[in-house]
Write a protein that binds this ligand. Structure first.
Ligand SMILES: O=C(O)CCC(=O)C(=O)O
Length: 219
Protein backbone atom coordinates (compact mmCIF):
# COMPACT_ATOMS: atom_id res chain seq x y z
CA UNK A 1 0.00 0.00 0.00
CA UNK A 2 1.30 3.53 -0.79
CA UNK A 3 -0.02 6.75 0.69
CA UNK A 4 2.07 9.55 -0.86
CA UNK A 5 5.58 8.87 0.52
CA UNK A 6 4.48 6.26 3.05
CA UNK A 7 5.13 2.82 1.57
CA UNK A 8 4.06 -0.37 3.33
CA UNK A 9 4.37 -4.05 2.51
CA UNK A 10 3.39 -7.18 4.43
CA UNK A 11 3.97 -10.92 4.65
CA UNK A 12 7.22 -11.26 2.70
CA UNK A 13 9.12 -13.68 4.98
CA UNK A 14 8.42 -16.80 2.90
CA UNK A 15 9.87 -15.30 -0.30
CA UNK A 16 12.89 -13.41 1.13
CA UNK A 17 15.32 -15.85 2.77
CA UNK A 18 17.28 -13.13 4.61
CA UNK A 19 14.05 -11.83 6.15
CA UNK A 20 12.97 -15.32 7.21
CA UNK A 21 16.40 -15.97 8.72
CA UNK A 22 16.26 -12.74 10.70
CA UNK A 23 12.75 -13.45 11.98
CA UNK A 24 13.62 -17.01 13.01
CA UNK A 25 17.15 -16.46 14.35
CA UNK A 26 17.19 -12.99 15.92
CA UNK A 27 16.34 -12.73 19.66
CA UNK A 28 13.00 -11.08 18.75
CA UNK A 29 10.82 -14.13 19.44
CA UNK A 30 12.57 -14.97 22.74
CA UNK A 31 12.00 -11.36 23.85
CA UNK A 32 8.35 -11.66 22.76
CA UNK A 33 8.01 -14.82 24.89
CA UNK A 34 9.39 -13.00 27.91
CA UNK A 35 7.20 -9.93 27.41
CA UNK A 36 3.98 -11.90 26.86
CA UNK A 37 4.71 -14.66 29.40
CA UNK A 38 4.25 -17.31 26.68
CA UNK A 39 5.63 -20.83 26.21
CA UNK A 40 5.30 -20.57 22.42
CA UNK A 41 5.64 -17.67 19.99
CA UNK A 42 4.26 -17.80 16.46
CA UNK A 43 4.88 -15.32 13.66
CA UNK A 44 1.71 -13.44 12.72
CA UNK A 45 3.31 -11.37 9.95
CA UNK A 46 6.17 -9.12 8.95
CA UNK A 47 5.45 -5.51 7.95
CA UNK A 48 7.80 -3.02 6.28
CA UNK A 49 7.04 0.67 6.78
CA UNK A 50 9.03 3.25 4.82
CA UNK A 51 8.56 7.01 4.99
CA UNK A 52 10.34 8.61 2.07
CA UNK A 53 12.29 11.87 2.65
CA UNK A 54 10.00 14.82 3.28
CA UNK A 55 6.90 12.70 3.99
CA UNK A 56 5.12 14.99 6.42
CA UNK A 57 2.21 12.58 6.77
CA UNK A 58 1.60 11.53 10.38
CA UNK A 59 0.54 7.97 11.05
CA UNK A 60 -2.57 8.82 13.13
CA UNK A 61 -3.43 7.41 16.56
CA UNK A 62 -4.70 3.84 16.30
CA UNK A 63 -4.56 0.33 17.76
CA UNK A 64 -3.40 -2.52 15.50
CA UNK A 65 -5.49 -5.44 16.72
CA UNK A 66 -8.86 -4.13 15.42
CA UNK A 67 -7.42 -4.26 11.86
CA UNK A 68 -6.39 -7.91 12.35
CA UNK A 69 -8.17 -11.27 12.61
CA UNK A 70 -6.88 -12.47 15.98
CA UNK A 71 -8.25 -12.45 19.53
CA UNK A 72 -6.35 -12.80 22.80
CA UNK A 73 -3.98 -10.69 24.83
CA UNK A 74 -0.54 -12.36 24.70
CA UNK A 75 0.85 -10.59 21.65
CA UNK A 76 3.51 -8.10 20.72
CA UNK A 77 4.88 -6.21 17.72
CA UNK A 78 8.54 -5.37 17.35
CA UNK A 79 9.23 -2.09 15.48
CA UNK A 80 12.87 -2.02 14.38
CA UNK A 81 14.21 0.94 12.39
CA UNK A 82 17.27 0.56 10.16
CA UNK A 83 17.74 4.35 9.99
CA UNK A 84 18.17 6.77 12.90
CA UNK A 85 14.72 7.94 14.03
CA UNK A 86 14.54 11.35 15.73
CA UNK A 87 11.91 12.06 18.41
CA UNK A 88 9.78 13.88 15.82
CA UNK A 89 9.43 10.79 13.58
CA UNK A 90 9.31 7.97 16.11
CA UNK A 91 6.37 5.93 17.43
CA UNK A 92 4.46 7.47 20.34
CA UNK A 93 2.47 5.25 22.70
CA UNK A 94 -0.46 6.05 25.01
CA UNK A 95 0.70 4.21 28.15
CA UNK A 96 -1.92 1.85 29.57
CA UNK A 97 -4.13 1.81 26.45
CA UNK A 98 -3.24 -1.86 25.88
CA UNK A 99 -5.81 -2.69 28.59
CA UNK A 100 -8.52 -1.74 26.10
CA UNK A 101 -11.20 -1.12 25.06
CA UNK A 102 -10.93 -1.80 21.35
CA UNK A 103 -11.34 1.45 19.41
CA UNK A 104 -12.82 1.90 15.94
CA UNK A 105 -10.23 1.22 13.19
CA UNK A 106 -10.39 3.76 10.35
CA UNK A 107 -8.44 4.36 7.14
CA UNK A 108 -5.46 6.61 7.85
CA UNK A 109 -6.06 9.05 5.01
CA UNK A 110 -9.80 9.71 5.11
CA UNK A 111 -11.02 8.17 8.37
CA UNK A 112 -13.33 5.68 6.64
CA UNK A 113 -14.75 2.74 8.66
CA UNK A 114 -13.72 -0.13 6.35
CA UNK A 115 -13.58 -2.82 9.02
CA UNK A 116 -15.94 -2.87 12.00
CA UNK A 117 -19.29 -1.20 11.12
CA UNK A 118 -19.83 2.44 12.21
CA UNK A 119 -20.95 2.63 15.84
CA UNK A 120 -19.89 -0.91 16.75
CA UNK A 121 -16.72 0.13 18.65
CA UNK A 122 -15.84 3.16 20.77
CA UNK A 123 -14.16 6.06 19.00
CA UNK A 124 -10.60 6.94 20.02
CA UNK A 125 -10.51 9.47 22.86
CA UNK A 126 -8.79 12.85 22.40
CA UNK A 127 -5.54 11.70 24.00
CA UNK A 128 -3.77 15.03 23.91
CA UNK A 129 -6.68 16.72 25.72
CA UNK A 130 -6.10 14.55 28.81
CA UNK A 131 -2.33 14.09 29.36
CA UNK A 132 -2.80 12.97 32.98
CA UNK A 133 -5.01 10.07 31.86
CA UNK A 134 -2.84 9.25 28.82
CA UNK A 135 0.90 9.64 29.45
CA UNK A 136 2.72 9.50 26.11
CA UNK A 137 5.93 7.42 25.80
CA UNK A 138 8.35 7.75 22.87
CA UNK A 139 12.04 7.21 22.21
CA UNK A 140 14.54 8.51 19.70
CA UNK A 141 16.01 5.36 18.13
CA UNK A 142 19.22 4.27 16.42
CA UNK A 143 19.53 1.39 13.92
CA UNK A 144 19.54 -1.80 15.99
CA UNK A 145 17.23 -0.37 18.67
CA UNK A 146 13.71 -1.76 18.74
CA UNK A 147 10.48 -1.07 20.58
CA UNK A 148 7.97 -3.81 21.42
CA UNK A 149 4.32 -2.96 22.00
CA UNK A 150 0.98 -4.67 22.51
CA UNK A 151 -1.42 -4.85 19.55
CA UNK A 152 -3.98 -2.82 21.54
CA UNK A 153 -1.59 -0.04 22.54
CA UNK A 154 -2.78 3.18 20.95
CA UNK A 155 0.14 4.62 18.99
CA UNK A 156 1.04 7.03 16.21
CA UNK A 157 4.18 8.18 14.37
CA UNK A 158 5.38 11.56 13.16
CA UNK A 159 6.30 12.56 9.62
CA UNK A 160 9.84 12.71 8.26
CA UNK A 161 11.64 16.05 7.88
CA UNK A 162 14.61 16.71 5.63
CA UNK A 163 16.53 14.39 3.32
CA UNK A 164 16.39 11.14 5.29
CA UNK A 165 14.24 8.05 4.79
CA UNK A 166 12.73 6.26 7.75
CA UNK A 167 12.80 2.51 7.04
CA UNK A 168 11.33 0.12 9.59
CA UNK A 169 10.77 -3.63 9.83
CA UNK A 170 8.00 -4.69 12.17
CA UNK A 171 7.54 -8.31 13.25
CA UNK A 172 4.10 -9.10 14.69
CA UNK A 173 4.15 -12.07 17.10
CA UNK A 174 1.51 -14.19 18.84
CA UNK A 175 1.78 -15.85 22.25
CA UNK A 176 -0.10 -18.60 24.05
CA UNK A 177 -3.67 -17.28 24.27
CA UNK A 178 -3.91 -15.91 20.71
CA UNK A 179 -6.61 -17.47 18.53
CA UNK A 180 -8.20 -16.95 15.16
CA UNK A 181 -11.02 -14.38 14.85
CA UNK A 182 -12.29 -14.66 11.26
CA UNK A 183 -13.77 -11.42 9.91
CA UNK A 184 -16.43 -10.93 7.23
CA UNK A 185 -14.26 -8.12 5.77
CA UNK A 186 -10.73 -8.01 4.31
CA UNK A 187 -8.31 -7.49 7.16
CA UNK A 188 -5.08 -5.48 6.99
CA UNK A 189 -3.05 -7.41 6.05
CA UNK A 190 -5.38 -9.94 4.38
CA UNK A 191 -5.20 -13.62 5.33
CA UNK A 192 -7.79 -14.99 2.88
CA UNK A 193 -5.20 -17.52 1.66
CA UNK A 194 -5.03 -19.47 4.95
CA UNK A 195 -5.92 -22.99 3.87
CA UNK A 196 -7.91 -24.64 5.26
CA UNK A 197 -9.45 -21.57 6.91
CA UNK A 198 -9.38 -21.36 10.70
CA UNK A 199 -12.53 -21.47 12.82
CA UNK A 200 -13.20 -18.71 15.37
CA UNK A 201 -11.26 -19.49 18.54
CA UNK A 202 -8.89 -21.97 16.86
CA UNK A 203 -5.15 -21.82 17.56
CA UNK A 204 -3.16 -20.32 14.68
CA UNK A 205 -1.84 -23.73 13.73
CA UNK A 206 -0.94 -23.20 10.06
CA UNK A 207 2.34 -23.02 8.14
CA UNK A 208 1.75 -19.31 7.43
CA UNK A 209 2.08 -18.72 11.20
CA UNK A 210 5.28 -20.65 11.96
CA UNK A 211 6.46 -21.30 15.51
CA UNK A 212 9.47 -19.06 16.12
CA UNK A 213 10.24 -19.92 19.73
CA UNK A 214 9.25 -22.60 22.28
CA UNK A 215 10.26 -23.04 25.90
CA UNK A 216 12.79 -25.84 26.44
CA UNK A 217 10.30 -28.19 28.13
CA UNK A 218 7.72 -27.59 25.35
CA UNK A 219 9.86 -28.87 22.48
O1 LIG B 1 5.73 3.35 11.13
C1 LIG B 1 4.72 4.05 11.25
O2 LIG B 1 4.64 5.20 10.82
C2 LIG B 1 3.52 3.49 11.93
C3 LIG B 1 3.79 2.16 12.53
C4 LIG B 1 2.63 1.50 13.11
O3 LIG B 1 1.56 2.05 13.27
C5 LIG B 1 2.80 0.11 13.49
O4 LIG B 1 3.90 -0.44 13.32
O5 LIG B 1 1.81 -0.50 13.97
Amino acid sequence: MTARGFVEDFRNWSRIPALERFIRESPAAAIAAQLTGSDTIRLYHDHVLVKEPGTRQLTPWHQDQPYYDVDGHQNTSMWLPVDPVPRSATLEFAAGSQRGPWYMPRTFLDGEAKWFPEGSLEELPDLEADPARWPILAWELEPGDAVFFHMLTVHRAGGVEGPDRRRVLSVRMLGDDMVSAPRPWTTSPPFGDVDPPLEAGAPLDRDVFPILWECDECR
